[in-house]
Design a protein. Structure first.
Length: 168
């Protein structure tokens, strides 16, 4: 069983846009993180254009499956945690990392990579409720990306379930 750090890095790669580099990493990803083999096998078998179109439909065409953690709200409709870009960049910097990504620093793959590189899971555990809601929505959608969230959520402390309230 790989360490959580390896799993987080592999999950970060799974949740990025599936370009040519993504496809080239699939065999390594499959071996490094057995929990992600189902997703890696699906991605390897899919036509590149279909996989890219699916990614866009799932993550970029609606906020219901947003990979930006600051978009998630708790069951009472409040934003979860302080994920302002400035705060996140400060957290990254405090761990000796400079955030230079094209995405915002609350992008789930960036947060997963941060956890992989530092071993600090506070940002993930602080947003466990939102991650669980994303996992459930991806499962309901029937997308293979749900298995990636299954693997990540399985490493985090459980949360008490409360009735889901639609995001405002």
């Amino acid at each position: 069983m790989p360490s959580f750090e390896v799993l987080y890095q592999a999950a970060a790669l799974c949740l990025t846009y599936p370009d040519e580099d993504f496809r080239a990493r699939l065999p390594l990803l499959r071996e490094a993180a057995p929990q992600l083999r189902e997703f890696a096998d699906h991605a390897a078998a899919a036509e590149p254009r279909e996989l890219a179109a699916h990614y866009i439909r799932v993550f970029e065409s609606t906020d219901r499956h947003s990979l930006y953690l600051s978009r998630w709200r708790d069951a009472d409709g409040r934003r979860v945690g302080d994920l302002s870009p400035t705060r996140l960049k400060d957290v990254y910097r405090a761990h000796g990392l400079e955030f230079a990504g094209e995405e915002l620093p609350d992008f789930l793959p960036a947060v997963l990579e941060f956890a992989a590189r530092t071993g600090d899971t506070e940002l993930l555990t602080g947003h466990r409720d939102g991650l669980e809601r994303l996992r459930c929505r991806l499962t309901d959608l029937g997308t293979p990306y749900a298995s990636v969230l299954d693997a990540v959520c399985a490493t985090l402390p459980t949360v008490c379930s409360s009735p889901e309230r639609p995001d405002s």
